[in-house]
Design a protein around this ligand. Structure first.
Ligand code: ARG
Length: 469
């Protein structure tokens, strides 16, 4: 009797325990097992096994009869998992061994031939690539959906005047449509980053085996093609050792998260009493349990906060990967949870943001009134002094500053200063100046490429439909 058995330890692992006398300590099983989270890879794992099995048959590495048994057995495992009839076992560590063990129960010893010319190292790299590829495809569609929602609102509000801010101080009038279109552009780049990530990750690690490749006459081109990859990965060690595809995904997700959190923050501000620029319906607000008047933009606040998670997944995996010697190390098992978390969080945030953008109702009058405050047309006044009176811009800036001070002392917007009051500061000012003091005229004049003029915004929205939808 072995010492382990004398201590009453569990039996050795059925799949890799050949050289082991006893089983794992309970705590070892707990730290080692990934099945609690990597069961989400079941469909990808089985798809990879089906492709591998078909290739093994074609290459005459296993017999056609065994191949058929394995394929049918895998189909049954898939069906059992999807119908909820499958029992995942921690003692079997991960999704790969849970599937293989069940396959063995269903078809008997032929199941043992599936793992020929393969390792869990290339298997897991494959599964996560497939899973992330699907996640990216869902996310790309969602990003497009959010762009569509933003473009729709931008078209509705191409001429809706609101204050534009720098330092969160009223700066110059802009249109609400122009402001929303800024996020359409950001999301366009977010889509580009995700699409780039997809392009680079779309190489197949299967067949790298443990790290060195295999002596069996496998056909890596065939499995790569069957699984929708562009090509097999060129280096077997790289194939099992890197997780840059997951890092890129998390980086792209985190950057998109930052964009969403900025829009979320603006929604919070715009709903607040200081602004009242927009209103969200009951569908996207919550009440307070003590203050009956409240209508809180919780979804926006949560999107703002969840960006922290997205950044956290990236920092976590970067830290886990740094300094790892080639090739595979168990450290890399830590790639799954942050990958799932990044995808889940981003998908949730994109869906909630799209809902809010469709839901929001702009208070056009409140925006217009705010644009009148804060001397938002001061730059237009300075530009007028340059254009019409020929003042150097610095002088015009100074004159305008004096006029703003005068208006401030009177408590009126620039447009309500009397001509005589303006002429006291700069005698050559004429009544024509009133043309530029009005926010509508101000935005209409901003016709430079990429500017906020309503005509530009309408054209930009139209162009964005072509580019993005
Ligand atoms: N569960 C493992 C992971 O997620 C699978 C690969 C394990 N390979 C090994 N040789 N232990 O990384």
């Amino acid at each position: 009797m072995t010492a382990a058995k004398e201590r009453g330890a569990p039996a050795a692992n059925a799949l890799w325990g050949g050289r082991f006398a006893g089983g794992n300590a309970e705590i070892m099983e707990r730290i080692n097992a990934s099945i609690d989270f990597d069961k989400r890879l079941y469909a990808e794992d089985i798809a990879g096994s089906q492709a591998h099995c078909a290739m093994l048959v074609r290459q005459k590495i296993i017999s056609a009869e065994d191949g058929e048994r394995i394929a049918a057995g895998l189909a049954q495992v898939l069906q059992e998992i999807e119908s909820g009839g499958f029992t995942f076992k921690r003692a079997l560590e991960d999704i790969h061994m849970n599937v293989e063990a069940r396959l063995g129960e269903i078809i008997g010893p032929a199941a043992g031939r599936l793992h020929t010319a393969r390792s869990r190292n290339d298997q897991v790299a494959l599964d996560l690539r497939l899973w992330l590829r699907n996640a990216i495809d869902r996310i790309l569609r969602q990003m497009q959906g959010l762009q569509a929602a933003l473009i729709g609102q931008a078209e509705r509000h191409a001429a809706t005047v609101m204050p534009g801010f720098t330092h969160l101080q009223i700066a110059q009038p802009v249109t609400f449509g122009h402001h929303l279109m800024a996020y359409v552009e950001m999301l366009g780049r977010d889509r580009g980053r995700m699409a780039d990530c997809r392009r680079r990750l779309n190489e197949c690690p299967l067949g790298a085996a443990a790290l060195a490749g295999t002596s069996f006459p496998i056909d890596r081109e065939a499995t790569a093609k069957a699984l929708g990859f562009d090509r097999p990965m060129a280096n077997s060690m790289d194939a099992v050792a890197d997780r840059d595809y997951a890092l890129e995904f998390m980086a792209a997700a985190a950057i998109c998260g930052v964009h969403l959190s900025r829009l979320a923050e603006e929604i919070v501000l715009w709903c607040s009493d200081g602004f009242r620029f927009i209103r969200l319906t009951d569908a996207f607000t919550t009440g307070s349990s003590i203050m009956p008047q409240k209508r809180n933009p919780d979804a926006a606040e949560l999107i703002r906060a969840k960006t922290g998670r997205l950044a956290g997944t990236l920092i976590g995996l970067l830290t886990a990967m740094k300094g790892l010697p080639l090739a595979y190390g168990k450290d890399m098992q830590e790639d799954k949870e942050p990958s799932f978390e990044a995808a889940d969080t981003l998908e949730l945030c994109l869906a909630a943001m799209t809902g809010m953008v469709l839901d929001l109702d702009a208070d056009v009058a409140a925006m217009r009134a705010a644009a009148e405050r804060g001397y938002s047309t001061a730059t237009d006044l300075a530009d007028w002094l340059v254009r019409v009176l020929g003042l150097p811009f610095r002088t015009a800036h100074h004159v305008t500053g004096t006029l703003v001070k005068t208006a401030e002392a009177k408590g009126v917007p620039l447009s309500r200063l009397l001509l005589a009051e303006m002429q006291a500061v700069e005698p050559r000012i004429t009544a024509g100046v009133y043309d530029v003091l009005d926010p509508e005229r101000s935005v209409a004049s901003r016709t430079s490429f990429g500017g906020t003029a309503p005509a530009n915004v309408a054209a930009a929205a139209k162009a964005a439909r072509e580019r993005f939808l």
